[in-house]
Write a protein that binds this ligand. Structure first.
Ligand code: ZN
Length: 310
């Protein structure tokens, strides 16, 4: 069963969670590290569970695991064996499932909302490179090599019980194609494919978002297609482009409009003045069916979505 369709049959939209890293930093973690939130999987998994819990409490119907930057090759640079790396990747799913089951175990949490689902984060190859190329897509790898890169984590996430895969911040159509081809090796698994975009018409590497939507439209295991980690001002236009080229549910979870500096590993620039609740309601009216937040968003942003959606 397609878990997105399952929720959308009974509810008008799927509320996603917000940033994991921003919350971990607020809780005192130092994430100035090429592995980002993945380091906390090793050092302090209870904090990750707490963040998942905070997002469910804020209203999220779907939480995304802390595996965006967790890859076998990334952990190998830290001297971890393949088995240790795969265990850590699986622990990102286990901790999210534990938070979900605990949350859903309380009857007061089960009113007027679907049972939340756990999406296994599949970050792009550029996130492993940690050089900002997830916002450029200027890879030198072939599509087959990208499949080889993604295969072990994808398998680990599915084996650990991820209910859908969140293939996110994808900067180029070639990587999305590699992931969708790889999905065919796991025929019972659904995924959403979410691109990073550079303006209101193009994903990061300059490909038209409409071309990406058209390609995704023909693939049954793609449960939703859309945009994340992109400034809010481009979202309405991107939704319109997606909507006219696919019948798939459209997913949007932008950042707060700041620019990520891959050298200093910090966010620069001003945030949008408009309230997040108003923006998300507008995107819903434009046709988005899965809405949440990416980098810099907090549980408070997700609460503003639940406020108009429920
Ligand atoms: Zn982001």
């Amino acid at each position: 069963m397609n878990p997105i369709e399952n929720i959308l049959q009974k509810f008008p939209l799927v509320i996603l969670d917000g940033a994991m890293a921003t919350e971990l930093e607020r809780l005192g973690c130092n994430l100035n590290d090429s592995l980002w939130s993945a380091t906390i999987l090793m050092e302090n998994p209870d904090l990750i569970k707490q963040v998942h819990m905070d997002y469910f409490t804020a209203g999220a119907d779907c939480t995304i695991t802390a595996s965006y930057q967790a890859t076998v090759e990334g952990f190998a640079r830290r001297g971890l064996s393949e088995a240790e790396a795969l265990n850590l990747i699986q622990s990102s799913v286990q901790v999210a499932l534990k938070a979900r089951d605990e949350f859903w175990g309380k009857s007061e949490n089960r009113t007027n909302r679907p049972k939340p689902i756990v999406a296994g984060s599949v970050g792009p190859y550029g996130a492993f490179l940690a050089d900002g190329s997830e916002y450029r897509g200027d890879y030198t790898l072939t599509e087959d090599k990208l499949m080889n890169f993604h295969r072990p984590r994808m398998k680990a996430l599915i084996d650990a019980g991820a209910e859908i895969l969140a293939c996110e911040t994808i900067p180029c159509l070639m990587e999305a194609r590699a992931i969708v081809r790889l999905l065919e090796e796991f025929p019972r698994t659904y995924a959403w494919i979410s691109f990073s975009a550079k303006d209101g018409l193009h994903i990061s590497d300059g490909t038209l978002v409409s071309e990406c939507a058209e390609w995704m439209d023909n693939h049954d295991q793609v449960a939703a297609v859309g945009i994340n980690c992109t400034p809010p001002q481009y979202i309405s236009s991107l939704i319109k482009e997606l909507n006219s080229h696919t019948v798939k549910p459209i997913i949007v979870y932008p950042n707060l409009g700041e620019q990520y500096d891959a050298v200093t590993k910090t966010w620069q620039g001003a945030t949008s003045g408009e309230t997040y609740g108003d923006s998300t309601h507008h995107w819903y009216k434009c046709g988005a069916k899965l809405i949440g937040g990416c980098c810099r968003t907090k549980p408070g942003n997700i609460t503003t979505i639940a406020a108009w959606a429920r």
